[in-house]
Write a protein that binds this ligand. Structure first.
Ligand code: SF4
Length: 350
């Protein structure tokens, strides 16, 4: 796949666009006014590898907490604001690294100009985040219902409002919960502007259904070479969003961060409780900061061969199991020691 090269925009110390790695971001679901809870969640996201984090700013009280939150975290902070330009001005003064705001919904041109000027002064980029569920009334009337074309028109209108005031540090997202509509919107927008793209499927669903929908939707867009940063939206712990995000990038060979755990589906040859073993291995190494592939296979006959690409693997047998490296057996151990021995070997890997 050939990645489309887009303009580069900088959020804090993270580059979005150009040849920068496709970054993974998430959004907290705590009450932003509760600094302690919000920082704790951001720390958990950082640990999972999250590279940018967004917080909701529903009111002045939340806006006033931005500096305190930023002080305690290590990744760029983005403020999500709707309707109220004063909140945008406040978070800019508080030191936020990025804004998600749709100029079209914050009122008069004077207000947009104030925000654009201050964002320029503080060198803070703005994401124009179009959502199919909240399109402008005129566009809904014109197109009849939310469509990819209406989303693109909305994005271009919002971009124009910013460009009018000399603001070009823009990132675009066009999200719908309909995968095909989202894909089409991204295909259309690249013909119009070259700002970097934030990709996601909105309101994707619970951990299970949302993961499938996001993998298909974000994956399809990325597979066309589009996308500079991604956010998986799940109803659940945002840490899962980060894990799924990296798994999507890894599946497309776009990032190799973290452990890629593979395990066989088992069949009649399996003599061990592979589900239990795979879950334990995932728990033990899921958060490891090593770019490796680890295989958990159900039988000694086919396991090492079927997973010969893995950096390390285990193949279970009723009494004796195998530890293998790139398909070659390096140790025979008892079934009970299989996971512990695997962890020792993983520890030795650079
Ligand atoms: Fe079956 Fe063994 Fe292949 Fe697993 S590794 S699917 S148990 S043959």
């Amino acid at each position: 796949m050939k990645r489309q090269k887009r303009r580069v925009v900088q959020i804090g110390d993270v580059q979005i666009g150009g040849t920068a790695p496709i970054s993974v971001q998430s959004m907290t679901n705590t009450d932003t006014r509760n600094v302690k809870e919000t920082v704790t969640q951001i720390k958990q996201l950082e640990k999972a590898g999250c590279e940018l984090v967004r917080i909701a700013i529903p009111d002045q009280s939340a806006a006033s907490k931005v500096a305190q939150i930023k002080e305690e975290i290590d990744i760029p902070l983005i403020a999500d604001i709707h309707f109220n330009y004063k909140l945008a001005l406040e978070v800019l003064e508080q030191g936020v690294d990025g804004l998600r705001i749709n100029p079209g919904n914050i009122g008069s041109e004077e207000k947009i100009e104030l925000v654009a000027n201050k964002a320029l002064e503080y060198q803070v980029p703005i994401r124009v985040g179009v959502n199919a569920g909240s399109l402008e009334k005129e566009l809904l009337q014109k197109h009849g219902h939310p469509t990819a074309e209406a989303m693109v028109e909305s994005a271009l209108g919002n971009i124009e409002l910013l460009e009018k005031f000399g603001f070009e540090e823009i990132i675009i997202s066009l999200k719908a919960s309909d995968v095909m509509m989202t894909l089409k919107a991204y295909q259309l927008i690249i013909q119009e502007v070259d700002y970097p793209l934030h990709v996601g499927i909105t309101e994707a669903g619970t951990i299970k259904s949302g993961t499938v929908k996001s993998a298909v939707g974000i994956g399809a867009i990325l597979a066309q070479g589009l996308g500079d940063t991604i956010r998986v939206s799940l109803t659940g712990d945002p840490v899962e969003e980060v894990k799924v995000g990296f798994q999507i990038l890894r599946a497309l060979n776009l990032r190799d961060q973290g452990v890629n755990l593979i395990s066989c589906p088992t069949c009649g040859r399996c003599e061990i409780d592979l589900v239990k073993i795979a879950n334990r291995v995932e728990e033990e190494i899921g958060d490891l900061d090593k770019s490796i592939e680890v295989a958990v296979m159900g039988c000694v006959v086919n396991g090492p061969g079927e997973a010969r690409e893995a950096d390390l693997g285990i193949a279970g047998g009723k009494d004796v199991g195998l530890i293998f490296k790139k398909g070659e057996v390096i140790k025979k151990v008892s079934g009970q020691e299989l996971v512990n021995e695997l962890l020792i070997e993983i520890d030795k890997l650079e």
